[in-house]
Design a protein around this ligand. Structure first.
Ligand code: ADP
Length: 202
């Protein structure tokens, strides 16, 4: 970074934005195999929070890969850079006092750890959408597993690229056993428990 770049001190701080919003800024980081339910749950939680008057945004793989990370592929190095850029972007939103929901496979444990470091433990909630590969393949929401099995997509998580299961996620959602509504409730209760927003609001 150039030494001529000077950080400008703002008078409107994160704390003031959070007071205005009536809730804290935080990152809810969904991880899991393709088809495990990350996007579905992230958008459903967002709907619930939005209806409660919270400031929210969902970042997911497809929208980020069309813009911010359109130059990146799916090699280990590119996946790392993808998550790094996303983490820095999420940090800006959290500083803006927004509840950010991210829906990325984020298969590499080291990358998720770095995201946690970038954002800080207090602002990072790792939500593991746990679902067997067999069930994700059965759902095959986007037809990608079929194509990966046919060899048409290389480096596909679960088939030809690894997924490191979270060791100590903040929330685990068994999307195979629970309904979407039950999963949403778990996430919302975790937000209340952490004091992100008052229980009476949702
Ligand atoms: P991902 O974002 O992880 O790739 P999606 O949200 O796109 O996954 O797809 C998950 C699919 O599983 C959807 O078709 C959804 O309706 C279905 N599903 C069934 N049960 C659940 C659940 N408990 N949570 C989330 N999705 C579920």
């Amino acid at each position: 970074m150039s030494s001529n770049v000077v950080w400008h001190n703002a008078t409107v701080t994160r704390a003031r934005r959070e007071t205005l919003n009536g809730h804290r800024g935080v990152a809810i980081w969904f991880t899991g195999l393709s088809g495990a339910g990350k996007s579905t749950i992230a958008h459903s939680v967002e709907e619930r929070l939005h209806q409660a008057g919270c400031r929210t945004i969902v970042l997911d793989g497809d929208n980020v890969r069309h813009g911010l990370c359109s130059d990146l592929g799916f090699s280990t190095l590119d996946r790392t850079e993808n998550i790094r850029r996303i983490s820095e972007t999420v940090k800006l939103f959290v500083d803006a006092g927004v509840i950010v929901l991210t829906a990325f496979i984020s298969p590499q444990r080291a990358d998720r750890l770095r995201a946690r470091e970038t954002l800080g433990v207090a602002d990072f909630i790792e939500v593991y959408c746990r679902c067997s590969l067999a069930e994700c393949e059965r759902r095959d929401v986007k037809g990608l597993y079929k194509r990966a099995r046919a060899g048409e997509i290389k480096d596909f998580t679960g088939i030809s690229a690894p997924y490191d299961e979270p060791e100590l996620p903040d929330v685990t959602l068994d999307t195979q056993a629970l309904s979407v509504e039950q999963c949403v409730e778990h996430v919302v209760q975790n937000l209340v428990m952490r004091g992100v927003l008052p229980g009476g609001r949702v």
